[in-house]
Design a protein around this ligand. Structure first.
Ligand code: AMP
Length: 402
């Protein structure tokens, strides 16, 4: 089954075409990225598996034009991988926010579209773009089944005492203000993959999944279900990220509003774009630059790094307490998969929880699945590569087959 996976952002879209033969039997045919949608000149970077990247620069006024260009390339005689658009059996969309409507991935119909629309208020940058993608496919490939896979749905199993904020209840009723959590497809995927990899029974397990990348979130997964997660109403809560501040005393926000004469959008930009590793280090949002900076004596880079490790460690401690124990810690995402120093520093001092970390096994593990604890360690620590597009393609295949 040929599946087109689309991940539409506000001014960009990522795509992959996968030939799915089974949940774990698949091949990636092509992937690419359309950037600067709506700018004077847009950029489409397309790559057929096994070939060099091919780049087109031209005006791409909107998402429909972006998707049209992608579909043209996919069926192009020189750069394409398909004979015709009819070869695409289904399209899977990454959708940022499913609110309290969606506990799992669903086939797209008008009712689903109207619920995604209702969630636009909760994800004003992403959900409208996701809807544009769904509508564009409807127009360009009428009749092709579409599936929506939500970033939030895995976390819908959290109990109310974990997802409510202690503000007047009326705001939950009125605006649905609560913790939703994000990166759900990744947390679900790596928790299962880590269990398959180590032979653990997910239905009898207490796992903490650390998705650490430009955006980071940590999830407590008990018996295969998300019971708590660090991102909240928006993706700004949790550990310090590339440019997002993570947890902060709400009093700082009102204080800065007054002192710096900031309005809501100024505060939003400050907390989302100017904070995190970038804000503290005054050097970079990129973990590799921070590691290099700290290693060469940059004190602010070293501080940013320490804050990140400490923040992750605190979540691990609190989620172990919340679940009443711990069997496995999973590292994933760009930082979790590649940064051995982050994994080592986070796990340092966790012996009391039963972590017998193997520094030698950890060293040099990059972009591959590996066990990072010594034999007999009560808690197993693993690095596991994530693949959100594969989850979307799998869910799409399984829903369309039904
Ligand atoms: P993601 O958002 O999952 O793509 O992750 C991006 C983050 O992963 C950036 O902060 C990168 O610096 C970080 N990253 C990627 N490769 C490495 C590496 N080899 N060492 C440390 N951090 C890395």
């Amino acid at each position: 089954m040929i599946i087109l996976v689309l991940n539409c952002g506000s001014s960009s879209l990522k795509y992959q075409v996968l030939d799915m033969k089974g949940d774990n039997d698949y091949s990636l045919l092509a992937k690419g990225l359309v950037e600067r949608i709506g700018d004077k000149v847009g950029i489409l970077t397309h790559q057929v598996t096994g070939s060099d990247k091919y780049k087109i620069e031209k005006p791409i006024p909107d998402h429909t034009e972006g998707i049209k260009s992608v579909l043209n390339l996919l069926t192009d005689s020189q750069h394409g991988v398909l004979k015709s658009l009819k070869d695409i059996d289904a399209v899977g969309h990454r959708v940022a926010h499913g609110g309290e409507y969606f506990f799992c991935s669903v086939a797209v119909n008008e009712d689903v579209i109207s619920k995604i629309e209702k969630c636009c208020e909760l994800a004003p940058l992403h959900n409208p773009a996701n809807l544009l993608g769904i509508r564009a496919v409807e127009n360009l490939m009428p009749g092709t089944p579409q599936v929506a896979v939500f970033d939030t749905s895995f976390h819908q199993t959290m109990p109310d005492y974990a997802y409510m904020y202690a503000i007047p209840y009326e705001y939950y009723d009125k605006y649905k203000i609560r913790r939703y959590g994000f990166h759900g497809t990744s947390h679900k995927y790596v928790a299962q993959k880590a269990c398959d990899f180590t032979g653990m029974d997910i239905d009898k397990s207490k796992i903490i999944t650390c998705h650490l990348g430009n955006g980071s979130s940590i999830t407590a997964v008990k018996n295969g279900k998300s019971v708590d997660t660090s991102m909240g109403f928006t993706p700004v809560e949790g550990v310090a990220m590339g440019t997002r501040c993570g947890n902060i005393d709400a009093g700082v926000i009102t204080f800065l509003e007054e002192k710096e004469h900031l309005n809501a959008s100024g505060i939003n930009a400050l907390l989302n774009k100017k904070s995190g590793l970038l804000g503290v280090s005054e050097l970079s949002s990129d973990c590799r630059d921070i590691e290099e900076g700290a290693a060469s004596g940059n004190a602010k880079a070293a501080l940013a790094q320490e804050m990140l490790y400490y923040g992750i460690k605190k979540y691990i401690g609190s989620y172990a307490a919340a679940m009443g124990g711990l069997d496995m810690i999973v590292f994933t995402g760009g930082i979790g998969e590649n940064s051995s120093i982050t994994r080592e520093q986070v796990c340092e001092g966790l012996e009391f929880l039963g972590v017998d970390f193997d520094k030698d096994a950890n060293r040099g593990v990059r972009g591959k699945d590996a066990i990072l604890t010594k034999k007999g360690s009560k808690v197993t620590v693993v690095a596991i590569t994530t693949n959100e597009e594969l989850v979307i393609a799998r869910d799409t295949m399984n829903i369309v087959k039904k």
